[in-house]
Design a protein around this ligand. Sequence first.
Ligand SMILES: NC(=O)C1=CN([C@@H]2O[C@H](COP(=O)(O)OP(=O)(O)OC[C@H]3O[C@@H](n4cnc5c(N)ncnc54)[C@H](OP(=O)(O)O)[C@@H]3O)[C@@H](O)[C@H]2O)[C@@H](O)CC1
Ligand SMILES: Nc1ncnc2c1ncn2[C@@H]1O[C@H](COP(=O)(O)OP(=O)(O)O)[C@@H](O)[C@H]1O
Length: 607
Amino acid sequence: MRNNTNLLPIKNTKPIALYNSKQVYAMEQAWFSQGYDSFGLMKQAAWQMTQQIEQIYEQRNVSASHSTNTNIYHRSAYPRQASIWVGKGNNGGDGWLIAYYLQQAGWQVEVITVGFSENYFDLHDQSVTSKTPNNGDSDSSNITDSIKALQIALASSCHYQRFEDIVSHDDADKRVLPADIYIDALFGIGLDRAPEVVYKSAIKAFNNFTQQNNALAIAVDIPSGLVASTGEVFERIAIQADVTLCLIARKFGLHTKDGTDYSGDIVDIPLIPYQMALQQTASNDTIPEKNASQAFGPVATLLTAAHSMKPRRQNSYKGSYGHVLVIGGNRIDGSQGMGGAAILSAASTMATGAGKITVACHEAFHGSLLTSLPDAMTINLHDASGVRDLIKQASVVAIGMGLGRDEKANALFIDYVQAAIESEKSIVIDADGLYHLASLHMGNHELITELREYSTNHRVCLTPHSGEAARLLDQKISKIESNRLQAIKQCAATYGGDWVLKGAGSLVLEQEKGGENVYVCNVGNAGMATAGMGDVLSGVTAGLLAQQDLSAEVRSLHQAVLIHGFAGDVLVSQANNNTNTLLVGQRGLQAQDMPAAIRHVMQLMIV
Ligand SMILES: NC(=O)C1=CN([C@@H]2O[C@H](COP(=O)(O)OP(=O)(O)OC[C@H]3O[C@@H](n4cnc5c(N)ncnc54)[C@H](OP(=O)(O)O)[C@@H]3O)[C@@H](O)[C@H]2O)[C@@H](O)CC1
Ligand SMILES: Nc1ncnc2c1ncn2[C@@H]1O[C@H](COP(=O)(O)OP(=O)(O)O)[C@@H](O)[C@H]1O
């Protein structure tokens, strides 16, 4: 579970550029094209990681020795022991060299190889190959960096075992060195498909050994099993890292989807000044310009802090802070209806500081709305001319939360969105609104084109989760989930506007004149996986948009996502830190708890 205790929404943390695997390979190539040696880089990487590993271990050991929690590892015996699990690629090469350096530093090390044939070591161990010059595979042109690394480790007698030889034994757990630290160097950024059978069982065994020994799990570059470019983990099989030592540049996949669950703390090891290398490469004819420019721009930016806000002017009134019209909360004849969706959205809008709110919902809900939110004005959702008049007066129209999916609701959606476009209002579309949008797209309805054109010079924010995005793009949810970045870009290209693709590590795409910006919002927690949390986000988005006194950044969609996530974290972290206070934890966190937390976060943001 991610330990998210980032409760300082405006703390001074810089946004972090995120890259995919192709780009990191391009950075390396740019570096090598300047004459730098690839094996030299691997040695540098391993050396720096070894230093980090020793430091991390000592820090954890010191804090564990002061802890009353007996589950935290603390061992005072020497030598320290490390178990390093290596695969056949360069990530494994890093692992062999880390084993070598740790051994030099006095650690007892054991390397566990995965995917190596029985005679692989005889073919590549220099002490053996020098005695058998004609083995056919020791031709120096075939010697990759990872083989060079293996040779260095074997030449200094690093102990190793093949996982395949251990795993078949009943007492497999007794055959592996019980270590203080387990280091995962099975796959790095080269993993592009589900791990093959033996790797799957190695990953599971690695996680078990780490747990049994209360040891630290450290991943080299990226936890094995996690895809660097997408954040996908196949069949929930990946190394569960406490710390990831991220080489060269921060990988996108560490921060979205499964990445947030498997990466632990991330320590950057930048290694090369890649921006400089790329600039020089761009002016070098031998590298196609397209490759260089592709490598330049990050695929997304990781946001860990929100923008600060100025206090309100003393001489202002409710009209200074906008009027939000929430349209939703319908009841189809004979059903219970979804009044709560509109109420949650409206309450969250007010919590951000919007000046006025009107809720257009089914009349059946007016009483309960006013009981919980007496500051709201109400109108019957089905009073089309009344709602159209109100759209003219509002500054922002948020539509779709509990609107219903029947034909009547569809007609209302078209009517009200068209009215909002005619009156040039900012628009937020969520939930059932997205359902209708998808249907209209399938039917080639003119509203889709109108909305896309309108969004080029007006604010239109659309906030689907993966299921809604799948419908909007007429794709399977699994396809969306396997490449969330691609999905959000496709949504924006198809419908125009600014987008959130909700979920762990929510993605935000904002269209700018010069192109589009994609953000990963590193806030929020699994307690927020409950009904109504999306309605809250639509309310926060509309509330910020309405307040014209705020700067453009503060009214942005990414700011709304950050505030929403921080609010969820505030509630959960209070429960963790304050055991004597009756507050909320991840299990049991409800959307109705959010408005109070949003108010709190809004107050923390004022400078
Ligand atoms: N270049 C440099 O100088 C530097 C690189 N560095 C390090 O290199 C790492 C990248 O190394 P890499 O490109 O060799 O990829 P890596 O992740 O080791 O895996 C490739 C191997 O895995 C295999 N494989 C893949 N998927 C599989 C699956 N599902 N199931 C089974 N097998 C699978 C794949 O097999 P193949 O696809 O060829 O059949 C191939 O054998 C990077 O993360 C960093 O740690 C640092 O030292 C800094 C300097
Ligand atoms: N595991 C999680 N980590 C961070 N945020 C989460 C997590 N699960 C849900 N959320 C957030 O909670 C909200 C849920 O929205 P949604 O699924 O639309 O709920 P609903 O449709 O019930 O209102 C989204 O903003 C989402 O990003």
